[in-house]
Design a protein around this ligand. Structure first.
Ligand code: IMP
Length: 198
């Protein structure tokens, strides 16, 4: 059985990645399940840099196939913020009810297409021999007028997807995995790993 370590302890992401990689020949372990307890400083300025920082830190301990992602919400009207600071925006321990309400308040006078935003995900894989691969996926939408939906996590209740007529938090887990930034980046990563026969 192939073992993949997913360098994250974010329960929402771990669930999504395990669902998407569901394969009897693949065992996906979170950092905790792999017995790795470390704080990794995400001091990159891009999603791709941060994904590589996380994957390299875990790979350096395990030397097993390691994947990591870095993701966040880019709001055009806020010059791409919170971006790579999405988890830290307004403080790590501030609830998403408060963060989401603050963003809606900030944008209360912004209309239509000016509310454009997207989730972005960069994925990085370090192969057992040290080779590195990165991919990127996005999910485009607009900042919703109100908080809606209770599925998912984080900023899902405020990213409205015009194509679907609902927020990301109103998608089922399967629907989200099919169209999400993380789903796209992960499927591309798996495709590239297969091309390398990993
Ligand atoms: P990371 O763990 O440093 O990649 O932080 C990602 C942060 O971006 C999360 O804690 C969320 O705030 C936000 N984020 C990333 N992907 C999603 C998503 O699919 N839904 C909602 N929020 C997300």
């Amino acid at each position: 059985m192939k073992k993949i370590i997913f360098a994250s302890n974010n329960q929402g992401k771990i669930r999504e990645v395990k669902d998407m990689l569901a394969d009897p020949d693949v065992e996906v372990l979170s950092m905790k399940e792999a017995g790795i307890d470390m704080d990794i400083e995400e001091n990159g300025t891009t999603f791709q840099q941060n994904a590589l920082i996380k994957a390299r830190a875990v790979y350096n301990v395990t030397h097993e196939l390691t994947i990591a992602d870095d993701s966040g919400l880019e709001i055009d009207w806020m010059n791409g913020e919170p971006g790579v600071y999405s988890a830290r925006f307004m403080g790590h321990d501030t609830s998403y009810d408060i963060k989401n309400a603050a963003i809606l308040e900030k944008m209360k006078n912004v209309r239509g297409a000016d509310r454009s935003a997207r989730f972005v995900c960069a994925m990085a894989a370090i192969l057992p021999d040290g080779r590195e691969i990165t991919t990127r996926g996005t999910m485009e939408g607009v900042i919703a007028d109100r908080i809606e939906g209770s599925n998912g996590f984080g900023y899902d209740p405020i990213l409205y997807l015009p194509e679907f007529g609902k927020t990301s938090a109103q998608l089922t887990e399967d629907e989200k995995n099919r169209i999400s930034h993380r789903g796209k980046a992960l499927r591309e990563l798996v495709r590239e790993l297969r091309l390398l026969c990993v």
